[in-house]
Write a new protein. Structure first.
Lengths: 429, 321
């Protein structure tokens, strides 16, 4: 097989504590050597990475592909391609497809399509409850055998604490990781915005932060009771960060992630009634955002995900409360991560770890590093490239992002999937 | 965005969606224009040909009698052709989207939509989506805004108090669910009222309500102390079923407007209510029908204010005769 050299970039590999200028040598799909900047090695294919950053391919804990069941919003091909363009080499697909991922047949169907698409590795999250309805457990062992990497109830809650307890116990029986979004539905109700000054002003039904932090506290108690491996997804508020920090200090083995846009936008940034800002959990206050950033920096929050949710135009056309929630967020991942490190005090290697090494650890994957002998899942990005978020520069079928038509800095130029180019920027400006 | 959406490039009113972003001179212009129509309604012939040949659709996705009727009368007195559409029982219940409904009506060459909808932001959405020659007047969207109601209330206050500076105004009741209160607060603040109090139990106040430029109080006697204007809000019966309140009788005891509580206000206080009133729930009959009450004047003023807003919006479109 052919050899490949990514030359003269800044190599950042948090897992191996590497941050240096050099070249990465790849043979037969695996990383073979890290060369110093003055090496004159060559290969069949050479990628010039001068002025660019070379890091492990990103591992995204939450990406909706919209297939099967919502093909008007996107497809496995369109969204995995968008993921490759975002530097993502592995992703987790939540089970809220239609039909839901609650039988091995659905797992097989998606696996087959994703393999044919040939972009990132797609890891499926099995539905914790049948049809995600929150009442009866899915055949979790069968889902694990079919290849689900973890189980989750997507954005839905289980209907009561007894069901959650048993789901955790049963998942623990089969050593399955439970990925759960904390939400007490009686408190969140039909809310569509953060309960605070802005929602009050515009008369939008609010979601209090307590809807999340109360459910989170319950999850933590049950994780201790059941011994379940628990990962909390997409936290959004101060109280959740505090509770996680306490639990970790106490010694509970839990992990958590935050969606990238929660680290950037707050209720104050929301353009009134612009449905591109409609997201669940909603954009919170500036204090909440500060806690999220601090939690990321001090390790309370383990990982960053895109929480990519592409939508068709119709889903976002309507009065704000009736529009569908979610942001198409894969392709803004790199510029937003860079902004975190450049403007909000989170070291770049630290931010990269939250998208590579850390999610790999959470999922138990041998990935997310540039270690010698590893499959060459690599992302190369230009931290100084300016680009506009528009159709020409966009791959996802969903254009539902608050950043539409904005100019951002930082752009993926190459993505390698096991040594093969899964994305190459054709028209670097 | 709101300002940009509501006003023409020269700052004239194009749509009327919310009070937010509108200047004091513009609100005053609405009040002054309404004044001229009040005089007119005392004439034998109550019509002016300002909107002759224009077609206005009253697009009500939510039931309403009073607001729709006054909009209809206002349009008729401006000589426009008016069509009432009660969509609550029509297209959308057949699964047609809001946008499809709008597109269909647009195709019928209308000039103005008067919109009421149960969701906040619906009027903004329609204004963004309609053809540029169509004006949209918000007749109430969800819990967001009811700007014509707020302006007719301002008109009524000005009739009685002459000026806004220095007034003390109390708004009492279900602020949380009230689009009327939100628009009133914005209008009062813009027109120069610095002492606006909202009086309600905590269950019926929105989060961070004081950020809206009001003082929040939970005691009527304290809240009504020395006020010039009391605005009572309607209490929906269903609030009893969802733990907002224990009972109507307890609500009336704490927050209902009785003659005894009204004594804490100034002697020339006016009592207002956007209607329809629940006698014995938020207001005692003796107060609603008493000498301080201006509730029925609000209704008559509603026609003049709506005429003002409609004619101004059409004028900015270059349409009014």
């Amino acid at each position: 097989m052919s050899s490949l050299l990514i030359r003269n970039g800044r190599i950042i590999d948090p897992a191996n504590n590497i941050d240096q200028i050099g070249s990465l040598s790849i043979k037969d799909g695996k990383i073979t050597e890290l060369l110093s900047a003055d090496s004159n090695a060559t290969a069949d294919t050479v990628i010039d990475a001068s002025g660019q950053i070379i890091c492990p391919g990103f591992i995204d804990l939450s990406v909706r592909l919209r297939e099967p069941g919502h093909s008007q919003k996107g497809s496995i091909v369109s969204e995995t391609r968008a993921a490759a363009a975002a530097g993502v080499t592995s992703l987790c697909l939540p089970p809220d497809t239609k039909p839901t991922i609650d039988t091995p047949a659905v797992v097989e169907f998606i696996k087959d399509k994703a393999e044919k698409a040939g972009y990132p590795q797609v890891y499926m999250l099995g539905a914790l409850s049948q049809g995600l309805a929150g009442n009866d457990l899915s055949n979790l062992f069968a889902l694990k055998q079919a290849g689900c990497i973890a189980v989750s109830n997507a954005g839905n809650s289980l209907n009561n604490l007894l069901i959650l307890r048993r789901a955790m116990e049963y998942a623990a029986t089969h050593d399955l990781l439970v990925i759960y979004r904390a939400n007490e539905t009686s408190l969140s109700g039909k809310g569509c915005a953060h309960e605070g000054a802005v929602a009050s002003r515009y008369g939008l039904p609010g979601i209090p932060t307590a809807a999340e932090s109360i459910a989170l506290a319950q999850c933590l108690e049950l994780a201790e009771l059941t011994g379940c491996r628990l990962h909390i997804s997409q936290i959004s508020c101060k109280q959740s960060v505090i509770k996680l920090q306490q639990a970790k200090k106490y010694g509970l083995k839990i992990t958590a992630d935050v969606a990238i846009h929660q680290l950037h936008l707050t209720e104050n940034d929301v353009i009134p009634f612009d449905s591109n800002y409609h997201v669940i959990p909603p954009f919170r206050s500036q204090i909440d955002r500060q806690y999220l950033r601090d939690g990321l920096a001090n390790g309370t929050i383990d990982a960053i995900c895109s929480d990519h949710q592409p939508h068709d135009l119709d889903a976002k056309l309507g009065a704000f409360p009736e529009t569908e929630a979610g942001i198409a967020s894969l392709e803004t991942l790199v510029p937003l991560m860079l902004e975190l490190s450049q403007q909000h005090g989170i070291a770049l290697n630290h931010a990269i770890a939250k998208l590579t090494q850390q999610p790999a650890n959470i999922l138990g994957l041998a990935a997310g590093t540039l270690s010698i002998g590893q499959a060459a899942d690599v992302c190369v990005f230009d931290p100084n490239a300016n680009w506009q978020v528009n159709r020409q520069n966009w791959h996802s079928a969903g254009i539902n992002t608050p950043y539409w038509q904005q100019n951002l800095r930082g752009r993926v130029t190459h993505t390698l999937q096991a040594g093969q180019l899964s994305f190459k920027l054709e028209n670097p400006q | 965005m709101t300002r940009h959406l509501q006003l023409t490039e020269s700052g004239k009113l194009k749509h009327f969606l919310t009070i937010e972003g509108l200047s004091k001179p513009l609100l005053t212009e609405i009040l002054d224009t309404a004044e001229s129509f009040v005089d007119m309604s005392e004439h034998q012939v109550k019509k002016v040909p300002l909107l002759r040949g224009k077609t206005i659709i009253n697009l009500f996705f939510e039931n309403s009698t009073r607001t729709r009727t006054t909009f209809e009368l206002a349009a008729t007195r401006l000589s426009a052709d008016v069509l009432n559409m009660n969509i609550a029982t029509s297209a959308t219940s057949k699964g047609e989207s809001l946008l499809d409904t709008i597109r269909n009506l647009e195709a019928m060459q209308v000039d103005m939509f008067v919109v009421r909808h149960a969701l906040s932001g619906a009027a903004h959405f329609i204004a963004q989506q309609t053809a540029p020659h169509i004006s949209v007047i918000n007749a109430g969207d969800g819990q967001h805004a009811h700007p014509t109601q707020a302006m007719l209330d301002m008109f009524t206050i000005r009739q009685h108090k002459k000026q806004f500076e220095g007034l003390k105004v109390a708004i009492v009741g279900d602020i949380l669910h009230s689009r009327v209160a939100r628009s009133q607060i914005l209008a009062l603040n813009t027109l120069g009222v610095t002492d606006v109090r909202v009086i309600a139990p905590k269950t019926l106040l929105p989060a961070d309500v004081t950020s809206m430029g009001v003082t929040a109080l939970h005691d009527m006697n304290e809240g009504l102390n020395d006020v010039d204007v009391v605005i009572m809000l309607r209490l929906q019966k269903e609030r009893m079923n969802s733990a907002f309140l224990p009972s109507e009788s307890e609500y009336f005891r704490c927050f209902g407007l009785s003659e005894a509580k009204l004594k804490h206000a100034k002697s020339d206080v006016i009592v207002m209510h956007p209607g329809p009133i629940n006698r014995g729930v938020e207001i005692a009959s003796s107060v609603a029908d008493g000498s301080h009450s201006v509730i029925l004047q609000q209704v008559s003023n509603g026609i003049a204010v709506r005429m003002a807003v409609m004619s101004m919006a059409m004028q900015s479109q270059g349409g009014a005769a």
